[in-house]
Design a protein around this ligand. Sequence first.
Ligand code: PEP
Ligand code: MG
Length: 318
Amino acid sequence: ERERLARLRHTPAITRDGEPVELLANIELPEDAIGAVKAGAAGVGLFRSEFLFMGRHGKLPDEQEQFEAYRRAVENMEGLPVTIRTVDVGADKPLDASHRDDAHLNPALGLRAIRWSLADPGMFRTQLRAILRAAALGPVKLLIPMLAHGSEIRHTLALIDRARAELDNAGIAYGNPQLGAMIEIPAAALSLPLFLRYFDFLSIGTNDLIQYTLAIDRTDESVAHLYDPLHPAVLRLVADTIAACRAAGKDVSVCGEMAGDTAMTKLLLGLGLRSFSMHPAQILSVKQEVLRADALRLAPWAQEVLVAEDPAGVLAGL
Ligand code: PEP
Ligand code: MG
């Protein structure tokens, strides 16, 4: 089976009825990009930059160190796009032991991701400058995690402008990355016109979207049986986000675990998704599903799954 899959590495990911599908890699460190290319990824859909910030005992990477890391990822991808997400620490991803100690009662609902970045604008601009500089070297996209409020969006965009001005003043070269937002809080999935007004593309983080929609801590084993990617409410938010992006002519991707789950591939294709970002080890298995799928015929079936009381049952019947 592994050998059979390996032969698919250079096969283009196109459905039986001719729809091209983009299969991207999630990476945590620049060197992971090498494996992503080997696995046949069409690019990096999610570079979780927080891994550069973790385990550093309070001393965060400076602009140059971050720039070097982003540059290595861009170079390792050999001209393929690299989507760099700004830091998402907190909750399940503490900076180090001391950060864990001052964890709040509900860290998943606390100061994580963009909230943490906006709480220290100087630190955030350091990261933004490093990413903007890397964007001069290849097709970099800039992705912001955990946004929910219009005020957070506007604050973030103002800091990006200011980071550009700082680079201008210093005479340092930078690029103009496409700007994207993660849709991973239900409030964001229910405010799509706002997000589409400000961003070039959206990326659906199903891991957190499931957690927050169902009020299930994704790290709490005692409620793991209720963590259900097929809950109709979750599917509705995912479907609406895909549909709104397609109607607006904007790119949309899924970068949570759902994208690498072969049991979900046909459903996501049927909902109109054409870009999946996943652990590199999943790419060939998902590609096999894509090659077997008939996207046009899956569309009405996906609408049935959406309104079913038991979507898992409909899915199993395919
Ligand atoms: C997600 O929430 O689905 C996601 C991709 O982000 P992370 O798993 O890093 O929180
Ligand atoms: Mg997330």
